[in-house]
Design a protein around this ligand. Structure first.
Ligand code: FAD
Length: 306
């Protein structure tokens, strides 16, 4: 149900948006939460979360279901809608959703997250969760003593392969370009690991397996190689879900939202939290903390400026 006049609109029902909505509702605000596409939160892909303090070994979808229930119990109105347009009129923030309905409130928290950049590799869809993952922190443990590859060349790729080298028997770093773009210290650490092989300028052309991933076809210059692995971690970057904000908010060239430590954007009454914020550490506990911060900043704004 659409509340007549929410005090706060929250976009995104991931850890950041869910926490923002919960905090605002718990201090007596009327909150409407537009959840976005079903399964849109990255944490839904975590088979087991084991780095959230106080909540050991929790599946990502259980975390989200519990958070949604907490929001409902606190009086948040959850709507399965996706924001398509954002405007400001007479200081009111107006969101048009995917059904054409407009939502208006004096303040908004934008927590729409990111989507991993999937490479165009034939067969990839068959092995998500069966050897292929976006997250070494989350799924690295599954490959203890086995063979893994990381596809990417930035800080996340180098950090991932460092983590995996400690767990796996052998780790391969597949650099899409001739050199990696990670910080020097991360590159040095990878060079020191005795069980990491670096493949410069390589393209993953295909993935193969049966009930799980078994091998990759690699192209390096004109040479084709079959690399047998049990795991492939794809770290080719993230794309923020901010297409609908282009032109209305201060975004980086890559589309991430610029916000300060209190979650404030360049527009008064517009706050941002979680992975969608430029420079954010993309981790669950960080997203939850940022959501709470944005909600409390929004509360301060509503008290002082409305
Ligand atoms: C496979 C995997 C496993 C992970 N495991 C861990 C882990 O174990 N521990 C850890 O600390 N971190 C983990 N992470 C990272 C963690 O998932 C993210 O840091 C966290 O989910 C970010 O929360 P968020 O709320 O900012 O964004 P998300 O969780 O991505 O949520 C974004 C929300 O916005 C919604 N949305 C998108 N577009 C719109 C729109 N236009 N309008 C309205 N809503 C919209 C989506 O539907 C979703 O509800 C993992 C990531 C991946 C990919």
């Amino acid at each position: 149900m659409k509340p007549d006049r929410p005090d706060l609109l929250v976009l995104g029902a991931g850890p950041a948006g869910g926490t923002a909505a919960l905090f605002a509702a718990r201090i007596g605000r009327r909150v409407a939460l537009l959840t976005g596409p079903a399964g849109g939160s990255l944490i839904a892909g975590a088979a087991e979360i084991d780095n959230y303090p106080g909540l050991p070994r929790l599946a990502g979808h259980d975390f989200l279901a519990t958070l949604a229930r907490q929001c409902q119990d606190a009086g948040v109105e959850l709507a399965a809608r996706t924001a398509r347009r954002f405007t400001v009129e007479n200081r009111y923030k107006i969101i048009e959703d995917d059904t054409g309905t407009s939502w208006t409130a004096p303040a908004v928290v934008i927590a729409v997250g990111t989507s991993p950049l999937p490479p165009d590799i034939p067969g990839l869809d068959r092995y998500w969760g069966k050897g292929i993952s976006f997250c070494a922190w989350c799924d690295g443990q599954l490959f203890r003593g086995r063979r893994v590859a990381v596809y990417g060349g930035g800080n996340t790729a180098f950090t991932s392969v460092t983590i995996l080298a400690r767990l796996a028997a052998e780790a391969h770093l597949l650099l899409p370009k001739r050199i990696g773009t990670a910080f020097g210290s991360l590159r040095d650490e990878v060079k020191r690991a005795s069980n990491v092989r670096i493949w410069p300028g390589v393209k993953v052309e295909a993935v193969m397996g049966d009930t799980a991933l078994r091998a990759l076809t690699l192209r390096q210059d004109q040479e084709i190689t079959t690399l047998e692995v049990d795991g492939l971690f794809i770290t080719l970057g993230q794309r923020p879900n901010t297409g609908f904000l282009q032109g209305s908010l201060d975004l980086t060239a890559g589309g991430f939202i610029r916000a300060d430590a209190a979650g404030r954007t360049d527009l008064p009454g517009v706050f941002a939290a979680g992975d969608v914020v430029d420079g954010s550490f993309r981790q669950l506990v960080v997203a939850c903390g940022a959501g709470a911060t944005a909600a409390l900043s929004a509360e301060r704004y509503l008290l002082q400026q409305w």
